[in-house]
Design a protein around this ligand. Structure first.
Ligand SMILES: Nc1ncnc2c1ncn2[C@@H]1O[C@H](COP(=O)(O)OP(=O)(O)OP(=O)(O)O)[C@@H](O)[C@H]1O
Length: 237
């Protein structure tokens, strides 16, 4: 296994005058569940888009799975973009069958098991589902794949806190037995705190803290304190 699943060296990405990533230096160890945390607009989605080759940095070097991002590395990445939606006319089962036909490493058996754990009615049309139910379908399409890297951009948006806790619990069980590396972005970390064993804190396109989650807690105490200290300007308590 390569030591770092992601490496960024002096990565800058601008959208016009706006700097989304600002000379970002980052190394994310392989085989971990990493939380990419930070407030709205700090560059989480842009970072993920550079990992899938959808966005090319203006400056600097990105490596994912030891290589420059592109179609080859994308075969080994399951990516859930932010605001992902599914075809409303498909049933949940059709969505999973689509995944089984087209997504490398997809396991229909695993997908059905996840759907059962997440209480998805496979015969229901996606168009008739709540936002949270649809979010679960999108999550299953990623988690049912046996790939080296799973990248989930705000996967819990729209899923209520009770369901989120159940999903996180089943994710932890599953990931403990898996050798996959998982990156999950969120700006709402309180509900998913126990999920991450490695944490990256982004602010204004830079990594201002990265390391083992337990070291983060040892240094700052509660997550409330982390936010208060690292994001003083953004934190309104
Ligand atoms: N396509 C784009 N065109 C112009 N500006 C963009 C574009 N995409 C992102 N930005 C800007 O770049 C910055 C970083 O955005 P990005 O979406 O990466 O942050 P984020 O941390 O994922 O935010 P959120 O939590 O709100 O999803 C923001 O200021 C955003 O407005």
């Amino acid at each position: 296994m390569i030591p770092n699943i992601v490496e960024c060296h002096q990565v800058t990405k601008r959208y016009g005058q706006k700097i989304a990533l600002d000379r970002l230096e980052l190394a994310i160890p392989a085989g971990r569940i990493t939380g990419i945390l930070g407030p709205n607009g700090c560059g989480k989605s842009t970072l993920f888009r550079t990992l899938t080759g959808m966005v090319r940095p203006d400056e600097g070097r990105v490596e994912v799975l030891g290589k420059t991002p592109g179609w080859r590395t994308n075969q080994s990445i399951a990516y859930l973009p932010d605001r992902a939606r599914w075809y409303p006319n498909h049933t949940a089962r059709q969505a999973l069958e689509w995944g089984n036909s087209f997504l490398p490493g997809f396991s229909m058996e695993r997908a059905i098991q996840l759907a059962d754990e997440m209480e998805i009615d496979l015969d229901m049309r996606v168009g008739g589902m709540s936002k949270g139910q649809e979010a679960r379908i999108m999550l299953i399409l990623c988690l049912a794949r046996d790939v080296d890297l799973v990248v989930l951009d705000e996967p819990f948006t729209g899923i209520d806190v009770m369901s989120r806790e159940a999903i996180v619990a089943s994710l932890i069980d599953f990931l403990e037995e898996s050798e996959q590396s998982i990156l999950i972005s969120t700006h709402d970390i309180q509900e998913v705190e126990g999920l991450f064993d490695y944490t990256v804190m982004l602010k204004e396109g830079r990594a201002i803290w990265s390391g083992n989650s337990e070291d983060l807690r040892a240094e700052y105490g509660s997550l409330r304190n982390v936010f208060r200290k690292l994001y003083a300007k953004e934190w309104n308590d």
